[in-house]
Design a protein around this ligand. Structure first.
Ligand SMILES: CC(C)(COP(=O)(O)OP(=O)(O)OC[C@H]1O[C@@H](n2cnc3c(N)ncnc32)[C@H](O)[C@@H]1OP(=O)(O)O)[C@@H](O)C(=O)NCCC(=O)NCCS
Length: 238
């Protein structure tokens, strides 16, 4: 059990660029607290202590803002970042190394008994505010964009966004153990400093071209006195 808790802490530390120490993770991450309580509540649930398990999960919800039904089955190294507003339904199944951000719902769309909530396979990342609704499977290492509403199965290695969610990229085999922070492909989010430098370099190139063009213009003696552009050429030649 202690190994599991250690792995859960390691998972947070590895996936959140804001985490500075493991003790900080242990003390300050509601997603971790909710997961630890869920592990206990789930044990009670499968042993038939249904009311106690529900009560425990509601205490956890009160303290963390994360509601995980004790019947939900959750794999190893599960990470809920920030946490507030996350809801995980009774028949949800979550594989290993899955990451959810705040406001995610793993919910149902029917009141029928039996499986009503989604299954998330290993390495899935679900962005903030997304709702995954129904008893279908989200394949290994799939990524769900923030605020997407997913109403049908998502193939492995696929990124889906929007309402209703649709795929934005062709499935590509990725190593889901290399966690991309926030689900973004490395290098696709613009660095503002780099963009500013690129704009400056472009402007310098344009100005150099302009100076070259002006230097190649006809001799100033052949120009009218009132031509500002050409007077500039004369100055540049001095
Ligand atoms: C969906 C996501 C995983 C895609 O990341 P990516 O693989 O790097 O893909 P890109 O950023 O290149 O986006 C691909 C396309 O999807 C669009 N897109 C990305 N995220 C989107 C979103 N949440 N909703 C709608 N469209 C989105 C982009 O505009 C782009 O469209 P284009 O091809 O027409 O230009 C990522 O954008 C995302 O939403 N991650 C969750 C982040 C999050 O919840 N952060 C909270 C931290 S507290």
């Amino acid at each position: 059990m202690f190994k599991k808790i250690r792995d859960d802490i390691e998972a947070v530390f590895a996936r959140d660029p804001a985490a500075r120490s493991k003790i900080e993770v242990l003390l300050c991450y509601p997603g971790l607290h909710a997961l630890l309580v869920h592990r206990l509540a789930h044990r009670l649930w499968v042993r038939g202590w249904l009311l106690t398990a529900r009560w425990l999960s509601q205490v956890s919800r009160f303290l963390t803002g994360i509601e995980i039904h004790p019947g939900a089955v959750i794999g190893e190294r599960f990470f809920i970042d920030h946490g507030m507003g996350v809801v995980i339904g009774e028949t949800a199944e979550i594989g290993d190394d899955v990451t959810l951000y705040q406001g995610v719902t793993l919910g149902g769309v029917s009141g029928d008994p039996g499986k009503r909530h989604p299954t998330l396979e290993d390495g899935v990342i679900v962005g903030a505010g997304a709702a995954v609704l129904g008893p279908f499977t989200v394949g290994k290492a799939a990524r769900i964009g923030s605020n997407a509403v997913v109403l049908q199965a998502v193939p492995a290695n696929t990124t889906v966004v929007g309402v209703p969610a649709h795929a934005v990229k062709r499935p590509i085999p990725v190593d889901w153990r290399c966690f991309p922070a926030y689900g973004n492909e490395p290098g696709t989010v613009a660095d503002p400093l780099q963009s500013a430098i690129e704009r400056l370099c472009k402007r310098v190139d344009e100005l150099e071209d302009e100076v070259t063009r002006l230097r190649r213009a006809p001799e100033p003696s052949a120009l009218d006195d009132g031509d500002d552009d050409r007077r500039l050429v004369a100055n540049l030649r001095r």
